[in-house]
Write a protein that binds this ligand. Structure first.
Ligand code: NCD
Length: 304
């Protein structure tokens, strides 16, 4: 049985296969509409979500399967004091596969040790978010036609943004990737990502506070929201939340084929005037998320 806890649980070949299957699903969705008949996906969301939970659920429905679960810890037995391990053992009796989001880093890993069905990490605290990364890789592959030779600007909350941590980890395996890490000093990329991923893999990266400084060099600009729920103090959040607001004028030097991404939800970091720009890919990114999750469910359930 295979789980997806960290993006490196998948080899590069497996990721390539998932992208291939997702592209095939986009072209021939009918071929897949009964692949998961009689299968059930449980979504256990101990933390809020719109896209991740609903895209998992809609992915399973489009495969002909069923879904069950909860969208807040307060409506589950967690509120009575049940441990994650016991919840997982229970839900494994009702479902074939589980997607789980939890505020504690490592909770899905603990769950996977106890689970009798595959576990998918749908986000654990400020740590990892591998299915967002699969979504991002499919988006990049469709929009840029390559996963190598890219200069990628990552902007916003690089400290607590789990999508950033997983994306850097994934991209470290591709060739000629350069990162421009754009954040306020307080929200810089954690040291462990620098040491264990960027430096270990001899990756080229530059840290800056200025979103415009390297704009003309970027193939991808990946914006993120300041992660309010991970802050210890409201004052810091209020001071940092509007640090970057991408608008048309900041894009004036950008490449014509820049791909602007965002895992969403957006708060203020991309002005709505950018939404009509052909380079804005963040809503397309949402729809890619469903197809790659369909491919992932098939893989983890071992359905050809
Ligand atoms: C992200 C997350 O939950 O980490 N959202 C998502 O899954 N699409 C990003 C965020 O919440 O800022």
């Amino acid at each position: 049985m295979k789980n997806l806890i960290d993006i490196t649980d998948l080899s590069m070949e497996e990721i390539e296969d998932l992208i291939k299957v997702a592209k095939n699903i986009m072209q021939e969705p009918d071929k897949y509409s009964e692949k998961c008949k009689h299968k059930k996906l449980a979504t256990l969301f101990f933390e809020p979500s719109t896209r991740t939970r609903l895209s998992f659920e809609s992915a399973m429905m489009e495969l002909g399967g069923n879904v069950l679960g909860f969208s807040e810890a307060s409506s589950s037995s967690t509120a009575k004091g049940e441990s994650v391990s016991d919840t997982i053992r229970t839900v494994g009796c009702y479902s074939d596969i589980i997607a789980m989001r939890h505020p504690k880093e490592g909770a899905p890993l603990v769950a996977s040790i106890k689970s009798i069905v595959p576990i998918i990490n749908a986000g654990d605290g400020g740590h990892n978010h591998p299915t967002q990364t699969l979504t991002d890789l499919l988006t990049i592959s469709c929009e840029k036609n390559r996963l190598n030779d890219l200069t990628i600007g990552l902007c916003g909350d690089l400290k607590f943004g789990r999508t950033i941590h997983s994306l850097i980890t994934a991209m470290a395996r591709y060739k000629n990737i350069k990162f421009i890490l754009i954040s306020p000093d307080e929200l810089k990329i954690p040291e462990y990502i620098k040491e264990e991923i960027l430096e270990k893999n001899n990756m080229e990266y530059i840290e800056t506070n200025d979103i415009e400084e390297y704009m003309d060099k970027l193939d991808i600009l990946y914006m993120t929201r300041v992660q309010k729920e991970r802050f210890f103090n409201e004052e810091d959040y209020l001071r940092l939340k509007d640090y970057y607001i991408l608008n048309k004028s900041k894009l004036s030097n950008a490449k014509k084929d820049l791909c602007i991404m965002h895992p969403l939800p957006r708060v203020n970091e991309i002005s709505t005037e950018v939404d009509d720009d052909p380079r804005a890919c963040y809503f397309k990114q949402v729809s890619y998320g469903k197809f790659i999750r369909m491919a992932l469910i098939l893989k983890l359930l071992d359905i050809k």
